[in-house]
Design a protein around this ligand. Structure first.
Ligand SMILES: NC(=O)c1ccc[n+]([C@@H]2O[C@H](COP(=O)([O-])OP(=O)(O)OC[C@H]3O[C@@H](n4cnc5c(N)ncnc54)[C@H](O)[C@@H]3O)[C@@H](O)[C@H]2O)c1
Length: 147
């Protein structure tokens, strides 16, 4: 991979979790971050697809790991954060990209549809993120994250 210009080096050596990173926007983001020297954790409900995406990134020399994640389950988000900080010693970015859409007119949605969409909202991923102003977190900070 080519060395990026100075302005793009914010991601060099950083560690990022991308939820829903196995396809679409999340996958493109993982590729763009890896291209800039970031270690990426591609976390997705579709583990096979995440592993495929990671295989392609590694083939290009990137540091990448696939992880199974269901963002609607707080304990899974929390575990992934703890594991990442434990393994990498840091977690600089967490992109809460995973989400679902339900096609059709909103007026035709059921309340269950509505809550299903909300359940995938960014607060789900954010709930596992240690509350700190600085971007890099330590294992100790991660262990202080709210339940
Ligand atoms: N593409 C658009 O036009 C558009 C518009 C508005 C908002 N968005 C939002 O942007 C995000 C990405 O969109 P996209 O088009 O790349 O979608 P996509 O369907 O291609 O990718 C979403 C990824 O999230 C994963 N995912 C779904 N539920 C999950 C869960 N519970 N836990 C973990 N992973 C889960 C899927 O397996 C998939 O790999 C979504 O949150 C989507 O709602 C997209």
């Amino acid at each position: 991979m080519t060395r990026p210009p100075v302005a793009l080096r914010a991601f060099e050596g950083a560690v990022a979790v991308i939820t829903g990173g196995a396809s679409g926007i999340g996958k493109a983001l993982a590729e763009a971050l890896a291209e800039r020297g970031c270690e990426v954790i591609v976390a997705d409900l579709q583990t096979g697809l995440a592993e495929e995406a990671v295989g392609a990134l590694r083939a290009r020399g990137a540091r990448a790991t696939a992880a199974h994640l269901d963002v609607t389950d707080f304990s899974e988000v929390s575990r992934l954060v703890q594991e990442t900080v434990g393994r990498c010693g840091r977690l600089d970015y967490m992109f809460n990209n995973a989400g679902i859409g339900i096609l059709g007119e909103v007026r035709d949605h059921t309340i269950a549809d509505w809550y299903r969409i909300i359940d995938h909202g960014p607060d789900r991923g954010a709930a596992g993120w240690p509350r700190r102003r600085k971007t890099t977190c330590s294992p100790a900070a991660a262990s202080r994250s709210r339940p």
